[in-house]
Design a protein around this ligand. Structure first.
Ligand SMILES: Nc1ncnc2c1ncn2[C@@H]1O[C@H](COP(=O)(O)OP(=O)(O)O)[C@@H](O)[C@H]1O
Ligand SMILES: O=C(OP(=O)(O)O)[C@H](O)COP(=O)(O)O
Length: 398
Protein backbone atom coordinates (compact mmCIF):
# COMPACT_ATOMS: atom_id res chain seq x y z
CA UNK A 1 0.00 0.00 0.00
CA UNK A 2 1.40 3.41 -0.90
CA UNK A 3 1.27 6.02 1.81
CA UNK A 4 1.37 9.77 2.18
CA UNK A 5 5.12 9.47 2.75
CA UNK A 6 5.49 7.93 -0.74
CA UNK A 7 3.49 10.75 -2.28
CA UNK A 8 5.59 13.36 -0.51
CA UNK A 9 8.73 11.59 -1.70
CA UNK A 10 7.43 11.78 -5.29
CA UNK A 11 7.08 15.54 -4.82
CA UNK A 12 3.75 17.36 -4.66
CA UNK A 13 4.67 21.00 -5.16
CA UNK A 14 2.13 22.52 -7.52
CA UNK A 15 0.13 19.27 -7.71
CA UNK A 16 -3.58 19.13 -7.01
CA UNK A 17 -4.25 16.43 -4.45
CA UNK A 18 -7.67 15.20 -3.30
CA UNK A 19 -7.89 14.31 0.39
CA UNK A 20 -10.93 12.37 1.66
CA UNK A 21 -11.28 13.43 5.27
CA UNK A 22 -13.90 12.61 7.91
CA UNK A 23 -15.03 16.04 9.06
CA UNK A 24 -18.41 14.79 10.29
CA UNK A 25 -18.54 16.81 13.47
CA UNK A 26 -21.44 17.25 15.90
CA UNK A 27 -23.18 20.59 15.41
CA UNK A 28 -25.55 22.64 17.50
CA UNK A 29 -27.04 24.88 14.82
CA UNK A 30 -23.92 26.26 13.14
CA UNK A 31 -21.71 25.74 16.20
CA UNK A 32 -19.31 22.80 16.21
CA UNK A 33 -19.64 21.19 19.65
CA UNK A 34 -16.54 19.01 19.23
CA UNK A 35 -13.83 19.66 16.63
CA UNK A 36 -11.88 16.44 17.30
CA UNK A 37 -12.27 15.13 13.77
CA UNK A 38 -11.12 18.43 12.26
CA UNK A 39 -8.04 18.38 14.48
CA UNK A 40 -7.33 14.75 13.62
CA UNK A 41 -7.34 15.67 9.92
CA UNK A 42 -4.77 18.45 10.27
CA UNK A 43 -1.44 16.55 10.09
CA UNK A 44 -2.09 15.08 6.64
CA UNK A 45 -3.36 18.38 5.26
CA UNK A 46 -0.44 20.28 6.74
CA UNK A 47 2.15 17.87 5.40
CA UNK A 48 0.69 18.33 1.94
CA UNK A 49 0.38 22.12 2.08
CA UNK A 50 3.84 22.32 3.64
CA UNK A 51 5.21 20.51 0.60
CA UNK A 52 3.45 22.93 -1.76
CA UNK A 53 0.48 20.79 -2.79
CA UNK A 54 -2.83 22.36 -3.77
CA UNK A 55 -5.16 20.49 -1.47
CA UNK A 56 -8.77 19.71 -2.35
CA UNK A 57 -10.76 18.13 0.48
CA UNK A 58 -13.86 15.97 0.08
CA UNK A 59 -15.93 15.28 3.19
CA UNK A 60 -19.48 14.61 4.34
CA UNK A 61 -21.57 15.97 7.18
CA UNK A 62 -24.46 13.95 8.58
CA UNK A 63 -26.82 12.09 6.33
CA UNK A 64 -28.51 14.55 3.93
CA UNK A 65 -30.86 12.97 1.43
CA UNK A 66 -28.65 13.20 -1.66
CA UNK A 67 -29.47 16.86 -2.36
CA UNK A 68 -28.19 20.21 -1.07
CA UNK A 69 -29.59 21.05 2.36
CA UNK A 70 -28.27 24.12 4.22
CA UNK A 71 -28.59 22.28 7.56
CA UNK A 72 -25.78 19.98 6.44
CA UNK A 73 -23.49 22.58 4.86
CA UNK A 74 -19.77 22.26 5.62
CA UNK A 75 -19.57 26.03 6.11
CA UNK A 76 -18.85 25.88 9.87
CA UNK A 77 -16.26 23.18 9.19
CA UNK A 78 -14.47 25.25 6.53
CA UNK A 79 -14.28 28.12 9.01
CA UNK A 80 -12.92 25.95 11.83
CA UNK A 81 -10.45 24.21 9.54
CA UNK A 82 -9.20 27.60 8.39
CA UNK A 83 -8.74 28.76 11.99
CA UNK A 84 -6.80 25.62 12.92
CA UNK A 85 -4.65 25.72 9.79
CA UNK A 86 -4.07 29.45 10.15
CA UNK A 87 -5.02 30.02 6.54
CA UNK A 88 -8.15 30.60 4.54
CA UNK A 89 -10.05 27.49 3.42
CA UNK A 90 -12.16 28.17 0.38
CA UNK A 91 -15.54 26.34 0.55
CA UNK A 92 -16.99 25.44 -2.86
CA UNK A 93 -20.76 25.86 -3.08
CA UNK A 94 -21.14 22.53 -4.84
CA UNK A 95 -19.43 19.17 -5.05
CA UNK A 96 -18.03 18.97 -8.58
CA UNK A 97 -19.87 21.81 -10.34
CA UNK A 98 -18.77 25.25 -11.51
CA UNK A 99 -18.04 26.51 -8.00
CA UNK A 100 -15.86 23.47 -7.18
CA UNK A 101 -13.98 23.76 -10.49
CA UNK A 102 -13.28 27.43 -10.02
CA UNK A 103 -12.22 26.94 -6.37
CA UNK A 104 -9.80 24.23 -7.45
CA UNK A 105 -8.46 26.21 -10.42
CA UNK A 106 -7.79 29.26 -8.28
CA UNK A 107 -5.72 27.32 -5.73
CA UNK A 108 -2.10 28.32 -5.40
CA UNK A 109 0.66 26.13 -3.98
CA UNK A 110 0.03 25.37 -0.29
CA UNK A 111 -3.63 26.45 -0.41
CA UNK A 112 -6.72 24.46 0.59
CA UNK A 113 -10.22 24.17 -0.85
CA UNK A 114 -13.09 22.18 0.66
CA UNK A 115 -15.81 20.80 -1.57
CA UNK A 116 -19.37 21.19 -0.22
CA UNK A 117 -20.86 18.14 1.55
CA UNK A 118 -20.16 15.25 -0.81
CA UNK A 119 -23.47 13.64 0.22
CA UNK A 120 -25.34 16.54 -1.40
CA UNK A 121 -24.67 14.45 -4.51
CA UNK A 122 -26.88 11.33 -4.44
CA UNK A 123 -24.28 9.40 -6.45
CA UNK A 124 -21.87 9.40 -3.47
CA UNK A 125 -23.84 6.77 -1.57
CA UNK A 126 -25.49 5.04 -4.52
CA UNK A 127 -25.54 1.24 -4.57
CA UNK A 128 -25.05 1.46 -8.34
CA UNK A 129 -21.37 1.26 -9.23
CA UNK A 130 -21.85 3.17 -12.49
CA UNK A 131 -23.53 6.06 -10.68
CA UNK A 132 -20.80 6.22 -8.06
CA UNK A 133 -18.24 5.90 -10.83
CA UNK A 134 -19.63 8.94 -12.63
CA UNK A 135 -19.13 11.08 -9.52
CA UNK A 136 -15.70 9.55 -8.92
CA UNK A 137 -14.75 10.47 -12.53
CA UNK A 138 -15.71 14.08 -11.84
CA UNK A 139 -13.73 14.14 -8.60
CA UNK A 140 -10.73 12.55 -10.30
CA UNK A 141 -10.92 15.21 -13.02
CA UNK A 142 -10.18 17.91 -10.45
CA UNK A 143 -6.84 16.48 -9.23
CA UNK A 144 -3.92 14.17 -9.99
CA UNK A 145 -3.61 12.13 -6.77
CA UNK A 146 -5.84 10.83 -3.97
CA UNK A 147 -5.04 10.59 -0.26
CA UNK A 148 -7.49 8.56 1.82
CA UNK A 149 -7.49 9.96 5.33
CA UNK A 150 -11.11 9.71 6.46
CA UNK A 151 -10.78 6.73 8.76
CA UNK A 152 -14.33 7.10 10.11
CA UNK A 153 -15.71 6.44 6.65
CA UNK A 154 -13.43 3.70 5.26
CA UNK A 155 -16.15 1.10 5.94
CA UNK A 156 -18.34 2.82 3.36
CA UNK A 157 -18.15 1.75 -0.30
CA UNK A 158 -18.84 5.28 -1.48
CA UNK A 159 -17.65 7.31 -4.46
CA UNK A 160 -15.24 9.61 -2.59
CA UNK A 161 -13.91 6.77 -0.42
CA UNK A 162 -13.71 3.79 -2.73
CA UNK A 163 -14.41 4.49 -6.41
CA UNK A 164 -12.18 7.55 -6.68
CA UNK A 165 -9.19 5.50 -5.49
CA UNK A 166 -9.64 3.27 -8.53
CA UNK A 167 -9.21 6.25 -10.82
CA UNK A 168 -6.17 8.01 -9.36
CA UNK A 169 -2.77 7.19 -7.88
CA UNK A 170 -3.84 6.55 -4.29
CA UNK A 171 -2.13 6.82 -0.92
CA UNK A 172 -3.12 6.04 2.67
CA UNK A 173 -3.04 9.11 4.87
CA UNK A 174 -1.43 9.27 8.30
CA UNK A 175 -4.71 9.07 10.21
CA UNK A 176 -5.90 5.92 8.42
CA UNK A 177 -2.51 4.27 8.99
CA UNK A 178 -2.38 5.22 12.67
CA UNK A 179 -5.93 4.07 13.40
CA UNK A 180 -5.48 0.71 11.69
CA UNK A 181 -2.24 0.24 13.59
CA UNK A 182 -3.88 0.67 17.00
CA UNK A 183 -6.93 -1.41 16.14
CA UNK A 184 -4.72 -4.23 14.95
CA UNK A 185 -3.37 -4.38 18.52
CA UNK A 186 -6.90 -5.18 19.70
CA UNK A 187 -7.16 -8.13 17.35
CA UNK A 188 -3.71 -9.62 17.84
CA UNK A 189 -2.81 -11.31 21.14
CA UNK A 190 -5.87 -9.82 22.78
CA UNK A 191 -5.51 -9.89 26.55
CA UNK A 192 -8.62 -11.25 28.23
CA UNK A 193 -11.23 -10.61 29.46
CA UNK A 194 -12.02 -8.73 26.25
CA UNK A 195 -15.10 -6.56 26.65
CA UNK A 196 -16.94 -4.60 23.96
CA UNK A 197 -19.42 -1.90 24.99
CA UNK A 198 -21.98 -0.85 22.40
CA UNK A 199 -24.48 1.98 22.46
CA UNK A 200 -25.40 4.98 20.35
CA UNK A 201 -28.13 5.57 17.85
CA UNK A 202 -26.94 3.95 14.59
CA UNK A 203 -28.68 0.80 15.72
CA UNK A 204 -29.37 -0.80 12.37
CA UNK A 205 -25.77 -0.31 11.13
CA UNK A 206 -24.14 -1.56 14.29
CA UNK A 207 -26.34 -4.55 15.05
CA UNK A 208 -24.69 -6.04 11.97
CA UNK A 209 -21.31 -6.38 13.68
CA UNK A 210 -22.56 -8.37 16.66
CA UNK A 211 -22.67 -11.81 15.04
CA UNK A 212 -18.94 -11.65 14.37
CA UNK A 213 -18.07 -9.96 17.65
CA UNK A 214 -19.70 -12.84 19.51
CA UNK A 215 -16.97 -15.11 18.17
CA UNK A 216 -14.25 -12.84 19.59
CA UNK A 217 -15.28 -11.22 22.87
CA UNK A 218 -15.83 -12.50 26.41
CA UNK A 219 -18.44 -9.91 27.31
CA UNK A 220 -20.71 -7.60 25.38
CA UNK A 221 -22.33 -4.73 27.26
CA UNK A 222 -25.23 -3.14 25.40
CA UNK A 223 -26.58 0.28 26.33
CA UNK A 224 -27.70 3.47 24.57
CA UNK A 225 -30.21 3.24 21.77
CA UNK A 226 -28.96 -0.29 20.98
CA UNK A 227 -30.39 -1.81 24.16
CA UNK A 228 -34.10 -1.51 23.45
CA UNK A 229 -34.18 -3.88 20.50
CA UNK A 230 -32.58 -6.49 22.78
CA UNK A 231 -35.05 -5.81 25.60
CA UNK A 232 -37.95 -6.03 23.17
CA UNK A 233 -36.56 -9.27 21.73
CA UNK A 234 -36.65 -10.65 25.28
CA UNK A 235 -40.34 -9.80 25.34
CA UNK A 236 -40.26 -6.55 27.32
CA UNK A 237 -42.20 -3.37 26.64
CA UNK A 238 -39.86 -0.55 25.49
CA UNK A 239 -42.44 2.20 24.99
CA UNK A 240 -41.28 4.94 22.62
CA UNK A 241 -37.58 4.05 22.89
CA UNK A 242 -35.39 3.61 19.80
CA UNK A 243 -36.30 0.26 18.29
CA UNK A 244 -35.20 -1.67 15.22
CA UNK A 245 -38.41 -3.62 14.77
CA UNK A 246 -37.23 -5.39 11.60
CA UNK A 247 -34.15 -6.79 13.34
CA UNK A 248 -35.89 -8.38 16.33
CA UNK A 249 -35.46 -11.92 14.99
CA UNK A 250 -31.79 -11.32 14.32
CA UNK A 251 -31.33 -9.96 17.84
CA UNK A 252 -33.11 -12.99 19.36
CA UNK A 253 -30.56 -15.05 17.47
CA UNK A 254 -27.70 -13.08 19.08
CA UNK A 255 -29.13 -13.80 22.54
CA UNK A 256 -29.21 -17.55 21.83
CA UNK A 257 -25.79 -17.52 20.17
CA UNK A 258 -24.19 -15.63 23.06
CA UNK A 259 -25.52 -18.19 25.51
CA UNK A 260 -24.29 -21.06 23.35
CA UNK A 261 -20.81 -19.56 23.11
CA UNK A 262 -20.59 -18.61 26.78
CA UNK A 263 -20.35 -14.90 25.93
CA UNK A 264 -21.79 -12.76 28.70
CA UNK A 265 -24.29 -10.43 27.03
CA UNK A 266 -25.13 -7.74 29.56
CA UNK A 267 -28.22 -5.56 29.11
CA UNK A 268 -29.50 -2.63 31.18
CA UNK A 269 -31.49 -3.52 34.29
CA UNK A 270 -32.88 0.00 34.71
CA UNK A 271 -33.26 3.06 32.49
CA UNK A 272 -34.15 6.73 32.69
CA UNK A 273 -37.57 6.81 31.04
CA UNK A 274 -38.60 10.24 29.76
CA UNK A 275 -41.96 11.57 28.61
CA UNK A 276 -40.38 13.12 25.48
CA UNK A 277 -37.04 13.67 23.74
CA UNK A 278 -35.59 16.89 25.12
CA UNK A 279 -33.09 18.35 27.59
CA UNK A 280 -35.72 19.07 30.25
CA UNK A 281 -37.98 16.08 29.65
CA UNK A 282 -39.56 14.82 32.88
CA UNK A 283 -38.15 11.36 33.61
CA UNK A 284 -37.81 8.66 36.22
CA UNK A 285 -35.82 5.50 36.81
CA UNK A 286 -37.79 2.41 35.80
CA UNK A 287 -36.84 -1.27 35.52
CA UNK A 288 -35.61 -2.09 32.01
CA UNK A 289 -38.20 -4.85 31.95
CA UNK A 290 -41.11 -2.44 32.31
CA UNK A 291 -40.76 0.83 30.41
CA UNK A 292 -44.20 2.51 30.36
CA UNK A 293 -45.78 2.56 26.88
CA UNK A 294 -45.71 6.37 26.66
CA UNK A 295 -42.06 6.75 27.79
CA UNK A 296 -38.70 6.50 26.07
CA UNK A 297 -35.42 5.33 27.52
CA UNK A 298 -32.85 8.11 27.18
CA UNK A 299 -30.11 6.78 29.47
CA UNK A 300 -29.12 3.71 31.42
CA UNK A 301 -30.14 3.85 35.09
CA UNK A 302 -27.99 3.93 38.25
CA UNK A 303 -28.04 0.16 38.85
CA UNK A 304 -26.96 -0.47 35.27
CA UNK A 305 -24.11 2.02 35.63
CA UNK A 306 -22.81 0.02 38.57
CA UNK A 307 -23.36 -3.26 36.79
CA UNK A 308 -21.48 -2.10 33.67
CA UNK A 309 -18.64 -0.66 35.79
CA UNK A 310 -18.30 -4.00 37.58
CA UNK A 311 -18.16 -5.83 34.24
CA UNK A 312 -15.38 -3.48 33.11
CA UNK A 313 -13.36 -3.56 36.32
CA UNK A 314 -11.39 -6.76 35.54
CA UNK A 315 -11.26 -6.28 31.75
CA UNK A 316 -7.85 -6.36 30.11
CA UNK A 317 -9.01 -5.16 26.70
CA UNK A 318 -11.99 -2.89 26.05
CA UNK A 319 -13.48 -1.36 22.94
CA UNK A 320 -16.35 1.08 23.43
CA UNK A 321 -18.52 2.61 20.74
CA UNK A 322 -21.72 4.53 21.24
CA UNK A 323 -22.90 6.71 24.12
CA UNK A 324 -25.02 5.03 26.81
CA UNK A 325 -27.66 7.74 26.57
CA UNK A 326 -28.42 11.13 25.05
CA UNK A 327 -25.30 12.62 26.65
CA UNK A 328 -25.84 15.91 24.82
CA UNK A 329 -28.55 16.59 27.44
CA UNK A 330 -27.02 16.92 30.92
CA UNK A 331 -29.93 15.01 32.52
CA UNK A 332 -29.18 11.95 30.36
CA UNK A 333 -25.36 12.04 30.38
CA UNK A 334 -24.80 10.06 33.60
CA UNK A 335 -24.64 6.63 32.01
CA UNK A 336 -22.07 7.68 29.43
CA UNK A 337 -20.04 9.41 32.13
CA UNK A 338 -20.13 6.26 34.31
CA UNK A 339 -18.86 3.98 31.53
CA UNK A 340 -16.18 6.50 30.53
CA UNK A 341 -15.08 6.81 34.17
CA UNK A 342 -14.94 3.01 34.52
CA UNK A 343 -12.54 2.91 31.58
CA UNK A 344 -10.41 5.72 32.97
CA UNK A 345 -10.23 3.80 36.27
CA UNK A 346 -9.32 0.46 34.68
CA UNK A 347 -5.88 -0.58 33.54
CA UNK A 348 -7.23 -2.33 30.47
CA UNK A 349 -6.01 -1.50 26.99
CA UNK A 350 -8.99 0.73 26.22
CA UNK A 351 -10.12 2.17 22.92
CA UNK A 352 -13.09 4.51 22.48
CA UNK A 353 -14.31 4.93 18.92
CA UNK A 354 -16.88 7.06 17.14
CA UNK A 355 -17.55 10.71 16.47
CA UNK A 356 -20.07 11.11 19.27
CA UNK A 357 -18.37 8.75 21.73
CA UNK A 358 -15.10 10.65 21.41
CA UNK A 359 -16.98 13.95 21.67
CA UNK A 360 -18.73 12.69 24.83
CA UNK A 361 -15.43 11.81 26.50
CA UNK A 362 -14.14 15.33 25.88
CA UNK A 363 -17.39 17.15 26.65
CA UNK A 364 -17.89 15.33 29.92
CA UNK A 365 -14.43 16.47 30.91
CA UNK A 366 -12.76 13.05 31.17
CA UNK A 367 -9.00 13.00 30.72
CA UNK A 368 -8.15 11.90 27.19
CA UNK A 369 -5.03 10.18 28.50
CA UNK A 370 -7.27 7.96 30.61
CA UNK A 371 -7.82 5.91 27.43
CA UNK A 372 -5.23 4.02 25.42
CA UNK A 373 -6.64 5.43 22.20
CA UNK A 374 -9.54 7.61 21.11
CA UNK A 375 -10.47 6.63 17.58
CA UNK A 376 -12.21 8.91 15.10
CA UNK A 377 -14.25 6.01 13.72
CA UNK A 378 -17.07 4.10 15.38
CA UNK A 379 -18.62 1.96 12.66
CA UNK A 380 -15.26 1.70 10.88
CA UNK A 381 -13.52 0.45 14.04
CA UNK A 382 -16.29 -2.04 14.77
CA UNK A 383 -16.14 -3.49 11.26
CA UNK A 384 -12.37 -3.76 11.53
CA UNK A 385 -12.70 -5.55 14.89
CA UNK A 386 -15.26 -7.98 13.55
CA UNK A 387 -12.70 -8.99 10.97
CA UNK A 388 -14.36 -7.47 7.93
CA UNK A 389 -12.34 -6.05 5.05
CA UNK A 390 -12.87 -2.28 4.94
CA UNK A 391 -13.53 -1.28 1.30
CA UNK A 392 -11.80 2.08 1.73
CA UNK A 393 -8.64 0.36 2.97
CA UNK A 394 -8.76 -2.62 0.63
CA UNK A 395 -8.94 -0.36 -2.42
CA UNK A 396 -5.68 1.32 -1.35
CA UNK A 397 -3.91 -2.05 -1.51
CA UNK A 398 -4.55 -2.48 -5.26
N1 LIG B 1 -31.33 5.87 24.42
C1 LIG B 1 -31.07 6.66 23.38
N2 LIG B 1 -32.07 7.17 22.63
C2 LIG B 1 -31.79 7.99 21.59
N3 LIG B 1 -30.55 8.36 21.21
C3 LIG B 1 -29.53 7.88 21.93
C4 LIG B 1 -29.73 7.01 23.03
N4 LIG B 1 -28.52 6.70 23.54
C5 LIG B 1 -27.61 7.35 22.79
N5 LIG B 1 -28.20 8.07 21.83
C6 LIG B 1 -27.55 8.96 20.83
O1 LIG B 1 -26.62 8.25 20.07
C7 LIG B 1 -25.85 9.22 19.37
C8 LIG B 1 -24.51 8.64 18.99
O2 LIG B 1 -24.67 7.44 18.28
P1 LIG B 1 -23.62 6.89 17.22
O3 LIG B 1 -23.55 7.82 16.07
O4 LIG B 1 -24.02 5.48 16.94
O5 LIG B 1 -22.25 6.95 18.04
P2 LIG B 1 -20.76 7.27 17.53
O6 LIG B 1 -20.82 8.57 16.74
O7 LIG B 1 -19.95 7.38 18.75
O8 LIG B 1 -20.40 6.11 16.66
C9 LIG B 1 -25.76 10.41 20.30
O9 LIG B 1 -26.15 11.57 19.58
C10 LIG B 1 -26.73 10.08 21.44
O10 LIG B 1 -27.56 11.15 21.79
O1 LIG C 1 -19.78 9.48 12.08
C1 LIG C 1 -19.33 8.52 11.46
O2 LIG C 1 -19.35 7.26 11.94
P1 LIG C 1 -19.52 6.81 13.50
O3 LIG C 1 -20.76 7.49 14.06
O4 LIG C 1 -19.70 5.33 13.40
O5 LIG C 1 -18.27 7.20 14.19
C2 LIG C 1 -18.67 8.66 10.12
O6 LIG C 1 -18.52 10.02 9.73
C3 LIG C 1 -19.45 7.89 9.07
O7 LIG C 1 -20.74 8.42 8.92
P2 LIG C 1 -21.93 7.50 8.39
O8 LIG C 1 -22.22 6.46 9.46
O9 LIG C 1 -23.10 8.45 8.17
O10 LIG C 1 -21.47 6.85 7.10
Amino acid sequence: MKTLADLLAEGVAGRRVLVRADLNVPLDGETITDDGRVRASLPTIQQLTGAGARVVIAAHLGRPKGAPDPKFSLKPVAKRLGELLGQDVKLAEDVTGESAKSAVESLRDGEVALLENIRFDARETSKDEAERGALADELAGLVTAFVSDGFGVVHRKQASVYDVAKRLPHYAGGLVLAEVDVLRKLTEDTERPYVVVLGGAKVSDKLGVIANLLTKVDRLLIGGGMAYTFLKAQGHEVGQSLLQEDQLDQVSGFLTEAEKRGVELVLPVDVLAATEFGPDAPHEVVPATGIPADRQGLDIGPETRELFASKLADAKTVFWNGPMGVFEFEAFSGGTRAVAQALVDSDAFSVVGGGDSAAAVRQLGLPEDGFSHISTGGGASLEFLEGKELPGVLVLED
